[in-house]
Design a protein around this ligand. Structure first.
Ligand SMILES: [Zn+2]
Ligand SMILES: [Zn+2]
Length: 352
């Protein structure tokens, strides 16, 4: 084989290699996202379903620090929760390697098929290297982005018999299968780190919804659209103690749930002007209160009652408020067991 032909093939391959790798990583990325969304119950529904899994996970873990991370910065907590699941999935290097090899094989056959097709077309038209490269880049372009510009230096080569290209291409692609980026899928792989980051980012974006939080209890709006125009709503409000709301001019927590508060005769104070608003007309408080629809159905869940009993001291210390006076924890709350709140999701929807 002539030296020109070898240079041509080498140059061509060197230039399409990054696109080949990118195509493989893109396919793997989508594949992992699909598998995770199908097989991981936390990721197979909407944000509301994910949050239920997070609450369950927090209860099982039973660590105050994790709870504060979730309560203080839910967005960040959701992201790292998804990140941990991606991490776990990607720890199975054997499975990942099989995925990479499978994809590379697929791409290899595609490129070789295109090589043959293009060679036949160009030979029929008695075309030159430039025509061959044009056709090759166009056909491959449906699957990966090839920069035709970068190939101009070889387009004037005299390569009438283009059949050799397929053989050379096959040889090079075989080498990629064994190359470091594809073979060495382990913790030190930069490619894998980037891949995990990207997957986490995409899953988070897909599962993201509205992040508005109830002005009383901090529960996160359950609307799946981030910019919805109708009122914010939540599936379950929490005890106002989670929203760190004290009784006016005291260090006593308010512990009632929003669903009870909004039908009560009580009122709340808006700082800094100390404007007093009756709970029954909480929307008069203006933004953000008038953007929320809180149903006065009196529903409460055992989950947050269990939380304040379990972490009473820690929560008091953190908020510099006390569960005393009007905010004393009812005895009935202390009877709620951890098992009863996480054994099955549906229990969260029932009155406890
Ligand atoms: Zn609320
Ligand atoms: Zn909302």
């Amino acid at each position: 084989m002539s030296r020109e032909k070898i240079i041509f093939a080498e140059f061509l391959f060197k230039n399409i290699l990054p696109a080949v790798e990118e195509a493989i990583y893109n396919q793997i990325k989508l594949l992992i996202i699909n598998i995770m969304k199908c097989n991981n119950p936390a990721l197979s529904g909407n944000r509301c379903n994910l949050e239920n899994h997070i609450l369950r996970h927090l209860a099982i873990q039973e660590e105050f620090k994790s709870y504060t991370e979730y309560i203080d910065n839910p967005k960040l907590y959701f992201q790292s929760f998804i990140g941990e699941h991606v991490e776990t999935f990607c720890k199975d290097y054997r499975k990942l390697q099989d995925m990479f090899h499978g994809n590379l094989e697929e791409i290899k056959f595609r490129i070789l098929r295109i090589c043959t097709e293009v060679s036949e077309e160009v030979n029929l038209k008695n075309g030159n290297a430039s025509m061959w490269l044009d056709h090759f880049c166009t056909k491959l372009g449906d699957h990966m982005v090839i920069n035709r510009q970068s190939l101009t230096s070889i387009q004037d080569e005299d390569i009438r018999n283009t059949k050799f290209l397929k053989d050379m291409m096959a040889k090079y692609l075989e080498e990629v299968v064994k190359s470091e980026n594809m073979e060495k899928v382990d913790t030190s792989s930069q490619h894998l780190c980037l891949l995990k980051e990207k997957i986490t980012e995409i899953l988070f974006k897909q599962l993201e919804g509205c992040w508005a939080q109830c002005p009383f209890c901090n529960a996160i709006c359950t609307n799946t659209m981030s910019n919805h125009t109708d009122d914010h709503r939540v599936q379950f409000h929490r005890s106002s103690a989670i929203g760190k709301v004290p009784y006016h001019k005291t260090d006593e927590f308010t512990i009632d749930f929003c669903t009870t508060n909004v039908s009560s005769d009580g009122s709340f104070i808006i700082l800094p002007y100390k404007k007093r608003i009756p709970y029954k007309s909480y929307r008069d408080g203006g933004d953000p209160y008038d953007k929320w629809s809180i149903t006065a159905d009196g529903s409460t869940q055992g989950y947050w009652k269990w939380f304040v009993c379990r972490f009473q001291k820690e929560w008091e210390h953190r908020c510099e408020l006390k569960f005393k006076g009007k905010g004393v924890i009812p005895d009935s709350w202390r009877k709620i067991t951890k098992e009863s709140i996480y054994n099955y999701h549906l229990s969260w929807g029932k009155k406890v």
